[in-house]
Write a protein that binds this ligand. Sequence first.
Ligand SMILES: [Zn+2]
Length: 308
Amino acid sequence: MPDADCPGAQLCYLNASGEPCPSGSSCFCRWPDQSRWKGVTQHEAGHQQSSLGMGLTVNADEHYTFECTSGSCDGITDVETGDLSIRQRSRMTIAHASTSPLPMDLHCIQSAERYGSALDEGFGHFTSARANNWQVNPQTGNTETDCTFSYYKEVLSPDLFGLQCGTDVACTSTPRRDMPSGVKAYPPQGINCDAASNWRDSQCGNQGVLSSFATELDFLQFFWSVHAQGLQAERLSMDDIYSTFRATCSGACRPCAGEKLRWASIEDTTPKDVRSLNDGAQAYLSASKLTRFAQQALAHGITPPPSP
Ligand SMILES: [Zn+2]
């Protein structure tokens, strides 16, 4: 396709090299300057920081993708834990181009993802949020707890964030190739990281396979809430966060050793294969910090669903 066929200010590039693409099936639409946006750079730096501070949280071979064995092959089947239906997945995930698969549509801030993947990406967003939101105003000396994260991909249903299309954000009414209706907003978009959207529980569901899944948005807001909100004595410093994960993973998280992160251990699995964030928090955090950590985890939809 030519540049004129791309939505918004996107241009047409070759998938492999990123060079301009005049036409053909290897062309795809992308934002020309996206990789230089500060939110992207800070997010990637967050991956480096978490790698140093607590090890790697995600197995490369189970990062975002799902093996598709039948149907439309839109990435439906989780080979580890079972089926995730098209309808469930469509409500949570957006595709960023209507033509070809992109590396960037593997995961989105509202996607239900495997626990470690959502945690890993949410921590990247959290790193960007920390870089752009001060906790003590340097001019007044007043403490602040509000937070805005500048997200660098499209967002599904911006109205659910209180944003009006055409007024607050630019939108399109073609959210993805397999959804007949809905709205997505073009990036960048400010996301409230000081809120508790509880996106998994409120928009994705938390039963069946989804009970062990999480979203990047929920982890972003969870990390901000335990680090920058609440009573000072109950807040987790960055060292507290890293130390909690090191306690979870017996020194450092090591996905190459087959470890998987979850909130709680899962019965009938080898103990060393599943590391429990809840166990790590109980091993490391002081009582007051632990109480709030657990409360916020529940409020942000990163625990298994509470019993009815
Ligand atoms: Zn990332």
